[in-house]
Ligand binder design. Sequence first.
Ligand code: UDP
Length: 387
Amino acid sequence: MSPSPSVLFVDQAAEIGGAELSLIDIVRWRKGPQTVCLMQPGPFAERLREFSVPTVLVDASGILNVRRDDGLAAAAGAIPALLRILRGFASHARRHDVVYANTMKAIVLAALSYPLHRRPVIWHLRDLLTAEHFSAGLRMCCSLLPAFAIRRVIANSQATAEAYRRIGGRSPVEVVYNGIDPAAFDAIDAAEARARLLSETRLAGDRPIVGVFSRLARWKGQHVLVEALKSVPDLQAVIVGGALFGEDAYEAQLRSDIAAAGLEDRVRLLGFRRDVPVLMKGVDIVAHTSTAAEPFGRVIIEGMLAGKPVVAMRAGGAVELIRDGETGVLVAPGDAGALAEALRQFLADPVEASRMAEQGASHARETFGVRDYVLNIDKAINAALSR
Ligand code: UDP
């Protein structure tokens, strides 16, 4: 074993979601030999190349079409294709000390090919294995993944770890919160960011703006914000994020809801953006509106680092990130009335809103630093090897 183990990270995504951004933070800052194994080309592969992170591609198109809510039959139907790619994947794995799966399909690939590569596998669990997010069949498949192959599970929140234990997961599990680098936020002047946002969106400069920053998907709850805006006069909104995983019908519905509510002059959809820190610095409030429990919720920490008051839904990982009334505000998931009330409170009492924003910013810096994040991941990698 080399002093710094060689790691093969694996991630199924073409697009860049929270899991991929959190993996980028590891491979950017970690010292030691590493490769990221991808299953499809796309923006994520390109971003890794920008950071000079070596990548390899294993063609896994045969299993990528199975969706998380398809159930057991669909998963079983994909097995022949899966068998064909196991050998290809194992040949890459054998060139590394550890295999590190960052997503669900990655762990299936890593664990099932274990007899061929025999490298210890770490599963970075960034999904909540609950009925809200996964079919019973897929949860059962996850519980059956062999503990002898999966040396450690790293959960991105207590909620994620608890859900893993509840399905009967048998590998040792520890919680490592994501770390987010404040530098990208610190580098931006808020007044300049506001001016840029106003010039791009043509929103009114004398009225407040709330921002949501999640991919467009029903469970991310952008429609809840639209509903809430109806009862918060004068509040404008930017909805940042794209329909990354085929939720185009949701986007169309959202646009028609906005038009039907007569909110077109107050709401802008900006699509997927790479300049989230700039946009966040330009708004007055960050809202996180998921209607189902979030495994973690990077956006909440980012909102704090941008120095904004944050309102989020009281479920899953979000509850671990915000101390309600101290570092932000929590409301019931999907409750547009409660969200509207929280937004009105922020606007009515800007002094209290700034106090929460300041406390949120300190909390985010202390608890969700990228240095500790990478250090803890490295410890887990070493621990997996020494068992
Ligand atoms: N994000 C982005 N561009 C967008 C919208 C979101 O880069 O247009 C980022 C956002 O800043 C956050 C991540 O995507 O870092 C979403 O992570 P989160 O944990 O909130 O949700 P997930 O995508 O993992 O469900």
